[in-house]
Write a protein that binds this ligand. Sequence first.
Ligand SMILES: Cc1cc2nc3c(=O)[nH]c(=O)nc-3n(C[C@H](O)[C@H](O)[C@H](O)COP(=O)(O)O)c2cc1C
Length: 329
Amino acid sequence: MNSFGLIYKTTIFGASHEPYCGVLIDGVKPGLKLEVGDFIPSLSRRQPGLYGTPRKEADTPILVSGIYNGYTTGSPLLIMYESKNVRSSDYEKLINHPRPSHADFVAFNKYHGFNDPRGGGAFSGRLTLGLVTSGVVAKKIYDCDIKSEIISISNVYDKTKFKEVLEKAKNNLDSVGGIIKITIKGVKIGLGEPYFDSLESVLSHALFSVGAVKGVSFGSGFKGTEMLGSEFNDLIIDELGHTKTNNNGGINGGISNGNDLIINVAIKPTPSIGKAQETYNFKDKKVETLEIGGRHDVAIILRMQVVLESVCQMVLTDMYLRGLIYENN
Ligand SMILES: Cc1cc2nc3c(=O)[nH]c(=O)nc-3n(C[C@H](O)[C@H](O)[C@H](O)COP(=O)(O)O)c2cc1C
């Protein structure tokens, strides 16, 4: 459904053009110092830049519940964001003529036409505000050193060429995707369970929940299949379990091994493009030309780093809290 986590539990709500969207977080311990300013650095990283949607929103968090005198109370934390800059008429025609690669078609079918189609409704990137917010709170409970970088855009790995690739896509009324590499240092040994809640399973479950994520791999990922065991095996070099290489991405047996977690995430090109596309119109019962209005990101990937980092932080905090049951026995 719309909640994630067993102890640190994040529920996101809202839709692109509803008056508010946000997050409800349960499992937050009392006494954490929390103020609006804590969220601003992460939220500003999520704001659209030069190749982002022209839709501008202030994205100031409203701390509604679970806070008293600047500290968390231990009750569920409710944080909301107001949406003001909406242009819902852009989306009316998409009910009959859904955008290829977006959620319009599946949402209409799954919710029998009762879904909110405005701005992609609940499938909008706007809902990631709640994820970024949860990441900020989660970091106050278990602080992970998470960094990310865009390693490729549209299969170009030379960072000096990214601008050129983006410019070309923008001028051609098109969009591009790419790969984000996430590195997480200092994760303690022992987070994760051997089977269904392996750290890889839980991280990828959460990462795949973000719109436009189409691939998640750990360590050397699919490249590892090209290596021999003697090349792939991460040799242990000290009593802390540090390894010479990190082809496993910091996880063995579903459990963090104390080395950096290395995660690569594939982001697809933004579904909504300015270019005309030939796709099925369900009212006219034939393939017709679709020209998409609305305001969209040329490359979602440029706004995704903070979102993915926040999701990892949210997961690791929950896994850390879950792991405490072993410490206390
Ligand atoms: C931060 C962010 C911004 C997004 N911006 C757009 C956008 O401007 N236009 C669009 O068509 N899709 C956008 N999306 C992507 C859709 O939300 C996503 O592709 C859609 O929900 C379909 O899901 P899928 O990619 O998992 O199939 C964005 C996603 C995120 C996470």
